[in-house]
Design a protein around this ligand. Structure first.
Ligand code: ZN
Length: 301
């Protein structure tokens, strides 16, 4: 099966403690930037948020344990990729890259860095953020401690457990005849449209969330929701769950502040779309290909 970007690599095993540190992959972050060795920024990008991608990029590979010395603000053991230990570390915001290395955002490294390393970088940045923001108990304020066997920080005073956060969000691509509904938010790159998406609320099923988000954002009613696929999304800690749906009724009314513009698009006349890094693009491409096949548009991509 072809994995969506950021999905767990097939030969990765999550662990929280390293028995015998050896050769390791290091996922070292400064804020949301990863430390890599990389070539010049000369590869074209399919991501409107990324000007160019490096010609090549790889993780720094070091044989000894904790090669960063005393510098990291935090170090987390992630587990094993094949036979290689994987570590995440965070350096201070003003840390300089060591000689021959650079800081680079994950979006620019998509399709350049090894796929498994890219996926683990997405996992690492989420766990670093979680670790940084759960140093103290949310109930009593005591300093929390890592659990020796589980990925959780525990309060020694009141026993409150803080697990890494994952925020489920649904995505809806709505079909009507030969058209699909795409929208853009105020923070999208110019000209880019995507499928609708929104976070699941406490006490809500995915189906209820889909119907509510779609109605709130564009004022239309949908039915016939079909699951497409899901993708871990580390910006900052979501799980995107994508569906295809059919329009039932209502005309488009964009929600103030959330939706700058929303339109029905013919599948042969689509606007600029998100990068293939995201499930949004996979969803749109799959639905458009299926609609083109059923319409007999043989020259379609
Ligand atoms: Zn506590």
């Amino acid at each position: 099966m072809h994995l969506l970007p950021f999905s767990r690599p097939v030969d990765f095993e999550q662990r929280v403690a390293c028995e015998a540190p050896g050769e390791g992959h290091w996922f070292v972050f400064r804020g949301d930037q990863l430390l890599v060795e990389m070539g010049p920024l000369e590869r074209p990008s399919d991501d409107l948020r990324v000007r160019a991608r490096p010609a090549w990029a790889r993780l720094p590979l070091r044989k000894n344990h904790n090669w960063l010395g005393d510098a990291p603000a935090r170090t987390l053991y992630l587990g094993r990729l094949g036979a290689v230990d994987c570590w995440a570390a965070e350096l201070p915001e003003d840390a300089e890259a060591p000689a021959g290395m650079s800081w680079e955002g994950l979006r620019a490294l998509f399709s350049v860095l090894d796929d498994a390393h890219f996926a683990l970088a997405g996992r690492a940045v989420q766990l670093i953020n979680w670790d940084r923001t759960h140093q103290f108990c949310g109930r009593c304020g005591s300093r929390t401690e890592p659990h020796p066997q589980e990925r959780v920080r525990v309060c020694p005073a009141c026993k409150l457990s803080a697990y890494p956060r994952v925020a489920p969000a649904v995505m809806a691509l709505i079909k009507r005849d030969k058209q699909i509904l795409l929208a853009r938010g105020p923070h999208f790159p110019p000209g880019m449209y995507s499928a609708l998406a929104g976070f699941v609320e406490p006490g809500e099923s995915l189906e209820q969330c889909l119907a509510r988000e779609v109605f709130e954002e564009v004022g239309v009613q949908i039915n016939n929701m079909r699951y497409f696929a899901s993708q871990p999304w580390p910006f900052p800690h979501s799980l995107m769950i994508a569906f295809v749906c059919d329009w039932v009724s209502g005309e488009i009314k964009p929600q103030d502040g959330e939706i700058e513009e929303a339109n029905w698009f013919e599948v042969l006349q689509l606007p600029k779309l998100p990068s293939k890094i995201s499930i949004a693009r996979r969803l749109i491409d799959a639905v458009v290909a299926e609609m083109n096949r059923s319409a007999g548009n043989t020259n379609a991509v």
